[in-house]
Design a protein around this ligand. Sequence first.
Ligand code: PLP
Length: 538
Amino acid sequence: MTFVCRWNQRYIGHTLRKAPCSWSHWLRPVARACSAGSIKLQAANPLPALRHESILSTVGKTPVVKINRLAPEGVNVYVKCEAFNPMGSVKDRLALGIIEWAEHHGQIKPGQTVVEASSGNTGIGLAMVCAAKGYPFVCVMAESFSIERRKLMRFLGAKVVLTNPAHKGSGMVIKSKELAEKHGWFPANQFTNEANAWIHSQTTGPEILEAMQGVKLDYFVTAYGTGGTLKGVGQVLRERSPETKIHVCEPDNAPLLYSNTATEYGTDGSFKEPHPLWRPHLLQGWATDFIPKIVDDAVQAKFVDEVVHVGGHKAMATARLLSQQEGIFTGTSGGGILACALELASKVPQGTNIVAMLPDTGERYLSTPLFADIPADMTPEEKEIAESTPSQAPPGISLPEVTQEAKDFVSKMNSEHKCVIWSLEYCEFCWTVFKFLDAINVPYHVVNVDAFKYAKDNQGNKYRAALASMTDCNTFPQVFFDGEFFGGAADACIKFKKGELQPILDKAGLNNENFGGYSGDPFEFLPKWMSQNPLRSK
Ligand SMILES: Cc1ncc(COP(=O)(O)O)c(C=O)c1O
């Protein structure tokens, strides 16, 4: 029996009105769809969706989010999530501020190269702003900062000049100055540029007050790198929310402000000598080895009510807790600031409101100690979950009938070339063979059976069927030497190690210069994610 579904047909329109259907086939999914449509989301961004004319107008207006599970009952701890900026950090603001300020004041010429010393976030922000505005950008960075930062900048079209980590942050600043002077580049000078604090007084500070409208902001907790956030937000808070106390975090092993050792500055705001108390610390983005003039300005202006300290391990543990218990992802420095904010929250009266800065995203720290304990392999618990069901393989594709034409094609390729690799375009095992044969100097011919050119009329699968009928093998790559089927990627690696591949190549006339002088372990070409690969951790 069939029914025409009239129920709710105005929602689903034309198709259903015309389609006869059985209850079981049609009505249940329709009913589900209708009730799902009427659900009101409890939590979704309430703001209107905006259309932007350029990426640059997406900088700022980052959300202030309440901590619901980590804060003590009755104390309101909020975090300002700077990871929401387009390149994932508070420094996107600085980058935009510096370039727009320079343009406004005629300090930069169209197309002029911008140069800056940065441990990463400023460089990434500048790389983004310069890409959008058409300025070449060179970032100077100590080799010790995370690899992903360099790669991000290069991806954005910037050049990255690495400096000796022993020369510390001050060495980066010196190198950047040298380059600017030698090549006539525009120095962004984040440590002395007045646009730095200015942009935070125009954006970050007012945003915090706007977000906290209607409640008294008791504490603002931040750290300092250049001091732009501290000075710019400090100015706004002192003017518009004078009762807000400002707490400033430092690494516990580099307590520069706490030490009360004054830094001397030149007329251009540059420091004369590095700070004697600075030690390497885990809080990338905080305290470099001198107190920047902008930080000193904030101290002199009495924007700092208290200096607080936290260690790198506590910072990392707090960043991880924040991720796992609140779903908020930040880097080590955000963990450090939040740790200080939570410490404060444990001592203040109920009803206190605290805003803590989270300067950047945790994704910037994948290769740093923050992720050192995060395993890549399955843990015993995950293995137990994996083993709790059979892991049934999905059905394979069914191959078409073997045709003579396809068999002829396969035979022709195998006879025309001394080495043929039948492969799939995006198969890492196929790439293993390519890389290995390149290393041992063996030329080869590749036929990608899943290439677009073989898609018409299922041609590629016809070749696959013909191959399978000849080799009795369904996986890829399938390697042929001198018309003979040899095997796949693992076969090539294992047999070379055992010395069994070499005579086959000799016989086929494919030994060039003693296998290109290769003396490595071919397992190095297998995918690194393969848990059976003994070279994987190397
Ligand atoms: C990763 C990171 N970026 C930026 C900042 C803020 O830097 P600045 O003082 O230069 O505004 C900090 C410190 O709070 C930080 O930890």
